[in-house]
Design a protein around this ligand. Structure first.
Ligand SMILES: NC(=O)c1ccc[n+]([C@@H]2O[C@H](COP(=O)([O-])OP(=O)(O)OC[C@H]3O[C@@H](n4cnc5c(N)ncnc54)[C@H](O)[C@@H]3O)[C@@H](O)[C@H]2O)c1
Length: 261
């Protein structure tokens, strides 16, 4: 495999499972050093079994929605490196399933806090490290729900559209520092998250899980699931020199999803 990320130092939030972990593995295989954090000990322990652990992979426990925890994570990272090449703002929870009038304020606020305020914490602390590097890349994980409406998931959609706004704005603020900022909108990913999303939607709508699963897949013209590695590969491309002039873009990796309902 071409080591297109050789010498690149990359921070990934919520990186110990799912898309974040698949991305970490792709980046490690392409030569990068990865600093990842996650809230779940069981995923952190599993990730720590990777052969590059403590060589090119550094793992930390951190609640990405807690500013103090994030500050502490960056203090730990800065004991290892004074500059970084990339930040992947990957953290994001599915949030509640239901019509807006039935949602609690608490569910609304928690979804926004984890999905967008956490990105603010990570970006704010990464920008000085990217400037020291004299350039680099920020990738914000949005969603199909950041470019389309998503019935029964309004706080999630609100947070994912907010990510698009921050991406466009930050790309304009940071262009002069050679820091590129892009968002990825993953489609329906085969993995644990979609198992939970389908379960919750089935409970709410009383439609069978099998039917809901088929519906999700049919939303893409290519009638397919997207893999976690598909997103990892797009991250790796966006961080690499091959993407040196790509900034401010909202890039879907979704088999051409035309609806989300
Ligand atoms: N899975 C999909 O179908 C899909 C589709 C579109 C967008 N996305 C987005 O991609 C990103 C990753 O999705 P995923 O499916 O891998 O997620 P996931 O639900 O599988 O969770 C990934 C990791 O996030 C960690 N995490 C959760 N809350 C955290 C917190 N407060 N602090 C630190 N870590 C935390 C979990 O412990 C887990 O290891 C999210 O932003 C998500 O919204 C996912």
């Amino acid at each position: 495999m071409l080591k297109i990320l050789k010498n690149k130092k990359i921070i990934i939030s919520a990186g110990a499972s799912g898309i974040g972990w698949a991305t970490a593995k792709v980046c490690l295989a392409k030569g990068a050093t990865v600093y990842l954090c996650d809230i779940e000990k069981k995923y952190l322990n599993k990730a720590a079994k990777h052969p590059q652990n403590k060589k090119k992979l550094f793992i930390y426990e951190c609640d990405a929605s807690d500013e103090y925890d994030v500050l502490n994570f960056f203090n730990q990272v800065q004991k290892k490196t004074k500059k970084i090449d990339a930040l992947i703002n990957n953290v994001g929870v599915a949030g509640p399933t239901g019509t807006l009038e039935k949602l609690s304020s608490e569910d609304w606020e928690n979804t926004l806090k984890t999905n967008i305020t956490s990105h603010f914490y990570f970006s704010k602390l990464s920008i000085p490290l990217l400037k020291k590097n004299k350039g680099g890349s920020i990738i914000n994980m949005s969603s199909g729900a950041g470019i389309m409406g998503f019935p029964l998931r309004s706080p999630y959609a609100a947070s994912k559209w907010a990510i698009v706004g921050v991406t466009k704005t930050l790309a304009m603020e940071l262009g002069k520092f050679k820091i590129r900022v892009n968002a990825i909108c993953p489609g329906t990913i085969k993995g644990d998250r979609m198992v939970r999303v389908i379960r919750d939607k089935s409970k709410f709508t009383k439609i069978s899980k099998k039917t809901i699963e088929k519906e999700f897949i049919s939303m893409a013209s290519m009638n397919c699931w997207i893999s976690e590695e598909d997103i990892g590969k797009m991250c790796s491309f966006l961080i690499s020199e091959d993407a040196a002039r790509i900034s401010g873009q909202i890039i879907a990796v979704d088999g051409n999803a035309t609806r989300l309902d």
